[in-house]
Design a protein around this ligand. Sequence first.
Ligand code: CA
Length: 450
Amino acid sequence: MKSLWIALSMMLMMFSTYAQSVKRIPGEFVVRFKTQRNAARFFQRNGEGIVKNLKAKSGLYGKIKVHPQQGQSIIHRLLADSINTQDIARIEPNFVYQLAPVKNEQDSRYNHLRGRFYRAGVPADKMFDELWGLHNTKNEGIDVNALNAWEKTKGSKEVVIAVIDTGVDYTHPDIKDNMWVNTKEIPDNGIDDDGNGFIDDIYGYDFVNDDSDPMDDNDHGTHCSGTIGASHNSIGVAGVMGNVKIMALKFLSGRGGGTLDGAVRAIDYATEMGVDVMSNSWGGGGRSQILLDAIKRAEEKGIIFVAAAGNESNNNDRFPSYPASYGLDAQNVISVAAMDIEGDGASFTNYGVKSVHVTAPGVNIVSTTPGGRYKSFSGTSMATPHVSGVVGLLLSTNSRRAVKVTSKNIREWLIRSSKPHEALKKTSLSGGYVDAFSALTGQGVLVRRR
Ligand code: CA
């Protein structure tokens, strides 16, 4: 009994600390039940509008919503009850996450890319010159070395990358051909044809509105998607991958905010549907074991979780930024910092020689936005999809076998195949920036330096 009260008071202490330091939805908690039976028992006892089953297929998660005036007493009762009955394995505040904020340049500036000619792989092409992250004509070699990498592979339709973000404009002329499509689902028939717990989920799912239409009502998710996999066609821009399948998972609203329960559901969806990579250009909240557990479920399936290091100019080794900083606990997490066209660390980028793994282009990145448009954004949000794309190239047929890279050592491989760069020495563990060609061929791979 004594240990029960110690556990209880520690949990309450934890919640009040969280309340002061990080954003959360007032009165909301996410719980993880021990088993389905525990969940059923819990919902039976505590119905009455304060609990909500999150409808994850596993049924192991629930969201508790408490009215402010009832607050403390109900939480006390639930905690004591769950410790007594051992129904609940974990309970955490429903944290708030934000898209890693970006700088938006004038929208009209890149409208000239609409419908104009871009010839993939031709560096002299004027439109292609905008994409310095892929091929830098101003400072030669300060890029992810895409042109040389494309001699080896432009990706594969076998590789699925989930963009966990504000949604994706799956009708964008530069993206539509590279969208993942759930072929086991019949569109708009109101039936969960593939039995995955989601009705009519064709391109992914919208966990904000809890419907099957993950259309982007922000810009951010579509922009990240274009950097990963805008088609190498005759219009607009080119992605790091010319061939890929992008799954649209929306858990951030049009205003760019999302919650722990949405993030967990999105990650679990992607894990269950068997993606290869999850691209995560968002962060915030406190350290959440529930979120880490979801990332570890992905890790067990060999799925890579690429995450933005954050845009607070912080040292993540001292001030962790989640989910990027879960890299210390899960080997599949790759934390990404941003550099500019000169090869300097971006002014805003978080850094850390222990907890940030790699650096990639993230300043003035031109990519797709909804409605067939193109815009330039800056942020570790933009560096992240560059890395997701390079991982995707690596996972494409043949290249993976050629360099004998397994899902367990992809992070290590990206670090070692990064191009060393003096100005980025203290930005990430790699001491340089991601090089797709080196990653694909093993040329220039560093002997372990530390
Ligand atoms: Ca379905």
